[in-house]
Design a protein around this ligand. Structure first.
Ligand SMILES: Nc1ncnc2c1ncn2[C@@H]1O[C@H](COP(=O)(O)OP(=O)(O)O)[C@@H](O)[C@H]1O
Ligand SMILES: [Mg+2]
Length: 444
């Protein structure tokens, strides 16, 4: 993927007062907002390559204010203008020559996604890659929009980023995105899980070794930092790094050099270091398990991934996204979720975060009997607690019985119609009826 130039700025001059949601949504897409309130001077310090657009809020601008904006925009003829107008139902559309100069009007409340699409199209440095990259970190909650805005700011800065967050919150995805949105995007990206390598091998994995450096070192080997030269190194679970490796890492950060195990020759490496941790590094520092100086070096820029339970409607959005993409690759019956299942997902506290949601959705998609995934398929109770063991078995049996009964009712207890509805054979319907002690004759 080509490097995405983020050095040029994208700026919206908002004549009026943007709302909080408007601010975070634009920021997540990399737009700076310059709000120009009445009586403020609208001075745009623009550089070549910047994309600057004007957005006139006709909801709040007085006649005299519009006049002032008109004078300003006349001086900046090249600046594309957009309008936010009052809701058509609540007020007559303002009639103003300035409105005619606007490319498009967005009646209040504005369709922000539509607005963002229009802005994107005007971008002086189109960066479809940026949009694409951030598609891997879905979510429309304010916390996620803020996180994406921060990520965009950090990506082009050639400094370490410490990514914190519970397991499964997308730390690794964020590290990838930081790399792909950086000027190093077409250079190597090397990731390693510091907790997954035996402590005796860590130094050699990271920094390489010379032939004969230790028993079994039959040839010279490059380490992760050497293979990542000119690119990015991602140190996952950096808190698990043994103390001797921490010292070597500090040296990379301070001097930009490494030494292979068994050699005392310093080699120069140019890498950007991204690190992630799910443990509290401050605490590890207090307990002497993590070097304080290394902590300060890694923690220059900090990106914190919010837990899924704090992302509001994103749970539903992600659940549908994961089901849709699973359907794209597998022949499954499930097309959506029962309302109880959606509520249970909303209530559940997701200790494993997005990874757990993905796993539950995929498992449910395979086991679901009907078109709608139930709580039991997700292994959740309607109250939003995890079901295990015998609880789970009885919930599954209950859900199966409910699905069968509702399909039988819908098909007026006609076995063939019910079988078609459930997309199973007639034999299966008879078997399920016997299993759940439903006598068709007595139900009809
Ligand atoms: N916001 C998100 N949108 C879509 N998928 C996500 C999101 N966050 C995480 N994932 C997916 O969840 C899984 C766990 O993400 P990962 O980055 O490995 O988490 P962590 O490193 O924090 O444990 C991956 O399959 C990843 O693709
Ligand atoms: Mg991880």
């Amino acid at each position: 993927m080509a490097a995405v130039s983020e050095s040029s700025r994208r700026c919206v001059i908002w004549f009026g007062k943007p709302g909080e949601r408007e601010k975070v949504m634009l920021a997540a897409d990399g737009w700076q907002i310059r709000a120009v309130l009445p009586q403020q001077s609208a001075d745009i310090g623009m550089r070549g390559g910047d994309t600057v657009v004007g957005l006139i809020d006709f909801r709040t601008s007085s006649e005299s204010e519009l006049e002032r904006i008109g004078r300003f925009t006349a001086e900046h003829q090249h600046m594309p203008l957009f309008a936010i107008t009052p809701a058509i139902s609540t007020a007559p559309l303002p009639c103003h020559p300035l409105l005619a100069a606007c490319r498009q009007q967005f009646p209040h409340p504005p369709d922000l996604n539509g607005l963002l699409r229009e802005l994107q199209a005007l971008d002086a440095v189109p960066s479809p890659a940026a949009g694409e990259v951030l598609q891997t970190l879905l979510g429309q909650s304010d916390v996620m929009l803020n996180m994406r805005a921060t990520l965009r700011k950090y990506a082009p800065v050639d400094l370490p980023v410490l990514i914190t967050g519970e397991t499964g919150t997308g730390k690794e995805v964020a590290a990838h995105a930081l790399h792909q949105l950086s000027t190093r995007a077409d250079r190597p990206f090397q990731a390693i899980n510091c907790g997954a390598i035996p402590s005796t091998l860590v130094q050699s994995e990271l920094f390489g070794h010379e032939r004969g450096a230790f028993t079994g070192a039959t040839s010279r080997r490059q380490g992760l930092f050497e293979t990542a030269h000119t690119g990015t190194v991602f140190l996952d679970e950096v808190g698990d790094l043994p103390l001797d490796a921490q010292t070597s890492l500090l040296r990379v950060l301070q001097e930009g050099t490494i030494e292979r195990v068994g050699s005392n020759q310093a080699l120069r490496v140019n890498v950007r270091i991204l690190a992630a941790t799910h443990v509290d590094l401050e605490q590890a520092v207090e307990q002497g398990r993590f070097r304080r100086d290394l902590y300060y070096r890694l923690n220059v820029l900090r990106l914190s991934m919010p837990p899924l339970r704090k992302r509001g409607g994103d749970v539903d959005l992600l659940a549908h996204h994961f089901l849709r993409s699973f359907r794209g690759h597998h022949q499954i019956r499930a097309r959506g979720y029962s309302s109880a299942a959606r509520q249970a997902m909303e209530r559940f506290n997701w200790p494993g975060n997005v990874r757990e949601l993905l796993n539950r959705v995929q498992r449910a998609a395979i086991t679901a009997e009907g078109e709608l995934i139930s709580c039991a398929d997700l292994e959740l109770s309607p109250a939003g607690t995890a079901l295990e063991g015998s609880q789970l078995d009885s919930a599954r049996i209950h859900a199966e019985r409910e699905t069968l009964l509702s399909c039988l009712q819908q098909s007026q207890f006609n076995v063939s119609a019910c079988a078609r509805l459930m997309r199973v054979s007639r034999v299966t319907i008879y078997r399920l009826c016997r299993k759940h002690q439903l006598t068709l004759d007595s139900l009809r």
